[in-house]
Design a protein around this ligand. Sequence first.
Ligand code: SF4
Ligand code: SF4
Length: 61
Amino acid sequence: MNKNYHITEECTGCEACVPSCPIDVIYYDSQKSIYAIDEEQCMSCGSCVAECPVNAIIEPY
Ligand code: SF4
Ligand code: SF4
């Protein structure tokens, strides 16, 4: 079960999603070399999902 928005390893690092987040909780994970969502702070607004050209942002289900 996935309760939070999450960025998968499909992420290319294009940064398109970053400015779409109203609370600025999408950050670069330098260990994984992809972007990531602070899943504690994400308020699940969904704004970032449509911005991703490779559908790397997974909605909760
Ligand atoms: S769902 Fe909303 S709050 Fe969460 S990371 Fe995406 S844009 Fe930010
Ligand atoms: S828009 Fe998609 S590919 Fe681009 S940084 Fe965000 S999650 Fe990664």
